[in-house]
Write a protein that binds this ligand. Structure first.
Ligand SMILES: [Fe+2]
Length: 421
């Protein structure tokens, strides 16, 4: 059977399809990329803060024919909860809450509730990055679509992303069109009426997605998602492009300045001085701090941190640390050598260490000793905190310094067990 691990599989994909043409790989991830019950568990444990793209749509009619015939309802009141038991239980409740209506849920950043899901996708993402020879500039994003809609409430649309979607439950049909098929403002982009869309559907590339299949389409392609109206659940991982360099660098400078000036640095007014051409004191101070940050290496450090976070997550959004995790001294620990800890010396003097998208700056003067320890960890050899202290806590490096760094790495999920997903 063809698998994503077949040598050359992703190299062939990158040559033939990446940002060029859609591809459908039936049963490539069969039975499924991630167990449905574990996804249900993740969805019900998502933290209460929602992303702007997290939505629960409900149709206002039994047969919605336009985007306007879908409304959104609060996720907190209606999204899957533990008491539903599973997705089947959730769909039963949704049918009772919204009888004769079509529903759809889109949730992002599932890594906030499931490191296992994040690592499962990372395997795929790393293989693709390697084959393509590049990272998407605006990160890889994992999301899920859960619903009973016959036609996606998003209608025919295009994203600035190359999308991989895999089925977990139920069936869906994906209609894809190349970029030049529709013009912005085309009436077809507003309707969900399949009769009206028929001439376009007849010209589309259609792919029927079953659980375990993988479907890809490039960022250039318009898409419409349909189903028979039975419940279905899919997972997507999307490579978002087009991050503005000015935003990347601007954010680094903004964060640094906020650190110097305090987050609450809003100015109500600027005083007019004796020389109106002279910038006011507040602006001059902000400028001086920016220059100091450039000359002192802080801006360079921030950029290095940005990049090392990117590398240590293979371009995915950071895996949130588990700040409650505590390391037992004798517990065996091992870094998965596919996902090494990244580190570099900071221009301002410390050591920047990053695992799974989270960077820590360690204030140390013993770079070489700590780097030797990190290199040893990156070989993937099993060790323990006790052993690391024994081998690397030699004067001037203290056991506390080793314990602190290894503890932080543990909170950043740097150590994986054989049974981890
Ligand atoms: Fe889309």
């Amino acid at each position: 059977m063809t698998t994503t691990r077949t040598p050359g599989f992703w190299a062939d994909f990158a040559r033939t399809h990446w940002e060029t043409s859609p591809a459908h790989f039936p049963a490539l991830l069969a039975p499924v990329l991630f167990p449905l019950d574990e996804l249900f568990d993740a969805v019900t444990r998502m933290p209460p803060e929602r992303m702007s793209g997290d939505r629960y749509w409900v149709s206002t009619t039994g047969r919605p024919a336009s985007r306007d015939e879908f409304t959104t309802v609060p996720l907190d009141a209606h999204a899957p909860v533990v008491n539903d038991g599973d997705f089947a239980g959730f769909f039963r409740r949704a049918t009772a809450e919204f009888p004769d209506r079509r529903i759809g849920i889109n949730l992002h950043h599932l890594e906030k509730a499931s490191p296992a899901l994040w690592f499962r996708f990372r395997e795929l993402v790393q293989a693709i990055n390697t084959a393509v020879g590049a990272y998407p500039s605006d990160n890889w994003d994992i999301d899920t679509f859960i619903g009973t809609y016959k036609v996606s409430p998003l209608g025919i649309h295009k994203d600035n992303a190359g999308v991989f979607v895999t089925g977990l439950s139920g069936r869906r049909s994906y209609y894809l069109w190349p970029e030049d098929h529709f013009r912005p403002g085309d009436a077809a982009l507003r309707t969900l009426d399949l009769d009206e869309l028929k001439p376009h559907l007849d010209q589309a590339m259609r792919f029927d997605l079953e659980p375990g299949d993988l479907l890809y389409w490039p960022s250039s392609h318009w898409h419409l998602i349909c189903s028979d109206g039975e419940p279905s659940v899919v997972l997507s991982v999307s490579a978002y492009f087009g991050k503005a360099l000015s935003a990347v660098i601007g954010n680094q400078v903004r964060n640094l300045l906020a650190g110097c000036l305090g987050e609450d640095n809003d100015q109500d007014s600027y005083e007019i001085g004796s020389d109106a051409n002279e910038p006011p004191a507040a602006l001059a101070k902000a400028h001086r701090l920016t220059m100091q940050a450039a000359q002192g290496g802080q801006i360079s450090d921030a950029l290095q941190q940005y990049w090392i976070r990117f590398l240590s997550a293979d371009g995915m959004h950071a895996l949130p640390p588990d700040t409650a995790a505590r390391l037992v001294t004798d517990r065996p620990i091992r870094v998965d050598s596919r996902y090494p800890i990244h580190f570099m010396r900071s221009a301002a003097g410390g050591l920047i260490v990053s695992a799974n998208g989270v960077a820590i700056t360690v204030a140390t003067r013993h770079h070489a000793a700590l780097e030797a320890m990190l290199q040893r960890l990156n070989t993937g050899t099993e060790t323990s905190l006790a052993e690391l202290i024994h081998q690397h806590a030699r004067a001037p490096v203290t056991a506390e310094e080793v314990t602190s760094l290894v503890g932080l790495l543990n909170q950043c999920h740097a150590f994986r067990s054989a049974g981890d997903g």
